[in-house]
Design a protein around this ligand. Structure first.
Ligand code: ZN
Length: 265
């Protein structure tokens, strides 16, 4: 079994403040370590379920957070960003059996995590797809569906996990923290890692899910924080300015939406 893991930091156990997600900050090493431990736990769960190959995409900020030497030998890593529209699932292809999202977070415009955002926290106020608030989970689950690979497991904040189950109740979820305004209530990190290990093993044992289906048409609305960014983005081919701070784009091809986001997010 070949498994793809995409790891973020804003949904790891106990993370509460942006400084804890930033390389430049003194608070960062603790959460870099915790992100690594949660990825290790996911790898161990996958291996226990029969994974023989694991590709880990470090998908936070610089893409250079996880300590590779601590991972099991079955794992290889993608670090940094190529600029490919698959973004947080770069190098995913149809040869994989399942995708796991570890340390993921609620969407911009949603509560449930003090660090909720979608793609860029500096430029984007929210993204809607077919009228529904879109999280990074939704954007990249649709990317995986282009290659017919199912998302089988998600860990992160409680709100994201609830949104994931509403999207597809077959996906195994592990909530490791709950955001309450600017605060969080979290599990003990050791218990979070154990729950991730067990959750991943459950998700990958027995018959795997079929991949998540794609809508036939995509109407995307990007709400920007700054109207200058919206104006500039409205010149992307096929995009148009809907309000002074928002841009709309329609396509039948999800890859075209991913291509748009690569240039206007
Ligand atoms: Zn991140």
């Amino acid at each position: 079994m070949k498994v793809y893991i995409s790891a973020d930091i804003e949904g790891v156990c106990g993370i509460t403040d942006w400084s804890e997600a930033s390389r430049e900050s003194e608070a960062y090493p603790e959460f870099r370590e915790r992100m690594t431990e949660e990825v290790i736990a996911a790898c161990e769960g996958a291996i226990a379920a029969g994974a023989t190959e694991i590709l880990v995409k470090d998908a936070h900020a610089s893409g250079r957070n996880v300590f590779a030497e601590h991972l099991p030998r079955e794992a290889r890593m993608v670090r940094g960003w190529s600029g490919h529209p698959y973004c947080m699932v770069q190098e995913l292809d149809a040869t994989f059996d399942a995708v796991l999202f570890v340390g993921w977070h609620s969407a911009a415009g949603r509560g449930g995590n003090p660090l909720a955002h979608t793609l860029s926290s500096k430029t984007i106020a929210s993204i809607r797809v077919n009228g529904t608030l879109a999280s990074e989970f939704l954007l990249h689950t649709f990317a995986a569906a282009l290659d017919k690979v199912p998302v089988a497991f998600v860990s992160g904040d409680e709100q994201l996990c609830a949104d994931v189950r509403q999207f597809d109740e077959r996906i195994e979820t592990v909530a490791v923290l709950r955001g309450e305004g600017a605060s969080t209530v979290a599990l003990h990190p050791g218990n979070a890692q154990a729950a991730i290990r067990e959750g991943v093993q459950r998700a990958l044992t027995g018959e795997l899910l079929s991949f998540q289906s794609l809508p036939e048409r995509f109407a995307v609305e990007i709400q920007y924080i700054d109207q200058r960014r919206a104006y500039r983005s409205s010149f992307y081919p096929g995009a148009s300015l809907e309000t002074p701070t928002s841009v709309v784009f329609e396509s039948e091809d999800w890859f075209e939406v991913l291509r748009l986001l690569q240039f206007v997010a």
